[in-house]
Design a protein around this ligand. Structure first.
Ligand SMILES: Cc1cc2nc3c(=O)[nH]c(=O)nc-3n(C[C@H](O)[C@H](O)[C@H](O)COP(=O)(O)O)c2cc1C
Length: 264
């Protein structure tokens, strides 16, 4: 058996996890947030940690996951981070956190995927999107071979200092970021925003309006998966921005992965 612990907002990381899982077989794909409230003892021949880069490092939910993590001695631990192309020292940051807990990271990989952070740039569409996805999939083929063959590869430590310096401060502020979300009149109270939030940070009030509960980890799933594009993030940018989710990850698949929510 193999175990993949995954965090994902718009399905890029989930797509990577699903491809690895299909290739390895006998694999559990677990929503990291669902095991957060307890000590985690990861087991399996291979244990994978997969997440998107946020603020050139790990999202807050990943920090919490890593702090609770222990791994069976015999497991081969690997990391896959995906980003819009600027991961800097994210892999090395994770390597150090694991090392401090006595967990050896045997292999580490980084994949460029479509960016999903609209304040920075519009999520790609059309030919540009196709190009990024097909390059990502080709890179993933090689990564999967390495994971199957348990071939070691250590991350570069060149930009670790930058990730360690910037990421933790930015992440600490992220839970307050959900004050920037609001919905327009096109909200039909379908509740999808509530269901897609991997950390259970959204509830619907009596009138059926979404309410963010202050423990956001900034994945923007609610913004991107809203079927009527009613959810906005940050008044200045979001109205003109594309909504994005990985085209091979259906809403049904995403919901199945994210259903077990964070236990507080
Ligand atoms: C809050 C936030 C911060 C991000 N920060 C970075 C970053 O520092 N560098 C980068 O290259 N991409 C960054 N991204 C883009 C994501 O890492 C990228 O789109 C990733 O593939 C999304 O994966 P997901 O669909 O599994 O959530 C950020 C995205 C979000 C939502």
């Amino acid at each position: 058996m193999n175990s993949l612990y995954v965090y994902s907002g718009t399905g890029n990381t989930l797509h990577i996890a699903d491809r690895i899982s299909q290739s390895l077989g006998d694999c559990r794909v677990i929503n990291m947030a669902s095991v957060m409230g307890k000590k985690i003892k990861a087991e399996g021949e291979r244990v994978g940690i997969l997440y998107p880069v946020h603020a050139i490092g790990a999202p807050g939910v990943v920090h919490r996951f890593l702090s609770n993590l222990t791994v069976e001695r015999s497991s081969w631990v690997f990391l896959v981070v995906d980003s819009a192309g600027m991961p800097l020292g994210a892999e090395a940051q994770c390597q150090r956190i694991l090392a401090q807990k006595g967990i050896e990271l045997r292999a580490s990989f980084s994949v460029k995927m479509p960016g999903n952070y609209p304040p920075l740039r519009n999520p790609p569409s059309g030919k540009a999107l196709e190009r990024i996805l097909s390059r990502g999939d080709r890179k993933l083929d090689g990564i999967i071979d390495r994971i199957k063959g348990k071939r070691e590869s250590k991350p570069s430590t060149l930009f670790r200092w930058a990730s360690e310096k910037i990421n933790v401060g930015a992440i600490a502020a992220a839970c307050k970021e959900d004050r920037k979300f609001f919905q327009t009149d096109s909200c039909n109270s379908c509740g999808i925003c509530q269901s897609v939030c991997p950390v259970g940070n959204i509830s619907l009030d009596k009138a059926g309006n979404p309410r963010w509960l202050g423990r956001c980890t900034g994945c923007l799933a609610c913004f991107h998966w809203c079927p009527t594009q009613a959810i906005q993030y940050n008044k200045t940018t979001s109205f003109e921005r594309n909504r994005y989710h990985h085209p091979d990850v259906s809403l049904e698949r995403y919901l199945k992965w994210c259903k077990p929510k964070m236990e507080e």
